[in-house]
Ligand binder design. Structure first.
Ligand SMILES: C[S@@+](CC[C@H](N)C(=O)[O-])C[C@H]1O[C@@H](n2cnc3c(N)ncnc32)[C@H](O)[C@@H]1O
Length: 298
């Protein structure tokens, strides 16, 4: 959370419920099988249960996931499970109370830890935990996170710190995958890689005998662009074919100007066909203009 807070967008800039459903139907008809709701913070939407049920029920949609900060999950979990949400990713970058407060500007570490436990108790297996690792800030906690996988059905996803507008990224704060691996291997020599699917964005590892597992999102040091089939729609209706690319197609304005499904589909296919083979590497990304992560969602 930036120190200066965030400016909320006027409501009419954001996609309406009907526009979100229309876009989702269109992507499903084009072959998309999985939707993830992220943010901002998706659980602050008053109609999140209703929207989730509508999206999970669309023909062709096989999986509905949510990425959340976990603060409101206790209140919403039952309704979201009933609505058909099948995966939760809960963001948690530290297990230390003071650090948590520094990152999120809230003293609610326990709320998030309770949410993780509630999701486990509700049968989610694994509950995914997103931890962005920053050198000199929380890299001393790698082993503490790994310890969580001993008895809990969690997948800790260590995410390499990525440059976005306004996040004060520098290469001195960047900790590559291989360095994280060596730190973990010192304490757990049996740490081993598991097989991943062709479109998996994370590299999965585990410690034999432990209940949970570890994933690494190595977008910076070993990009996975060739297998990446993720596309993103921002809350204000911009279609992005790459997390790190500034190119956006304004589906909101097209819809509001009366575009037909065929015209929208043609714009989407055109943008996908112009997707680059890979991103430009972390130094180029750090120099380029893009949205801040809080306006993309992950
Ligand atoms: C932007 S949040 C949005 C959803 C929700 N509010 C949350 O807190 O999970 C989605 C994910 O992006 C990750 N993220 C944010 N900034 C990042 C960065 N600079 N590098 C890598 N991941 C980042 C967060 O850790 C989080 O798991």
């Amino acid at each position: 959370m930036p120190a200066e807070g965030v400016d909320l967008k006027p409501r009419n800039h954001l996609l309406t419920y009907e526009e979100i459903v229309r876009i989702s139907e269109m992507f499903a008809s084009l072959g998309v099988t999985k939707i993830r709701l992220t943010g901002g913070e998706p659980l602050i939407r008053k109609d999140i249960e209703l929207l989730s049920a509508r999206l999970a029920g669309l023909p062709g949609i096989e999986s509905l996931a949510i990425t959340t900060n976990g603060l409101l999950l206790a209140r919403k979990l039952r309704g979201l499970k009933l609505a058909g949400v099948d995966t939760f990713n809960i963001s948690l970058d530290t297990l230390k109370r003071d650090r948590f407060k520094e990152i999120t500007r809230r003293d609610e570490l326990d709320t998030v830890l309770d949410s993780i436990q509630l999701a486990i108790d509700a049968g989610y297996d694994p509950v995914k935990i997103n931890a962005v690792i920053i050198r000199g800030f929380n890299d001393d906690e790698l082993v503490d996170f790994v310890e969580m996988t001993r008895n809990m059905p969690v997948e800790i996803r260590f995410i390499e710190y990525m440059p976005f507008d306004g996040n004060a990224w520098s290469d001195t704060k960047f900790l590559p995958y291989t360095d994280m691996l060596s730190t973990i291997q010192k304490d757990y020599p049996s740490f081993e890689r598991l097989a991943d699917g062709p479109h998996e964005t994370s590299k999965t590892w585990h410690i034999p005998g432990f209940r949970g597992r570890i994933g690494f999102i190595t977008s910076m040091s070993e990009h996975f662009c060739s297998g990446c089939n993720r596309i993103r729609i921002t809350a204000d209706g911009q279609f992005k074919v790459c997390l790190f690319g500034a190119m956006e197609i304004n589906l909101r304005d097209m819809m509001r100007a009366g575009a037909s499904d065929e015209e929208l589909q043609a714009a989407i296919k055109g943008a996908i066909s112009r997707k680059k083979a890979s991103h430009d590497g972390m130094y180029e990304i750090a120099k380029s203009d893009n949205r801040p992560m809080i306006l993309i969602g992950g």
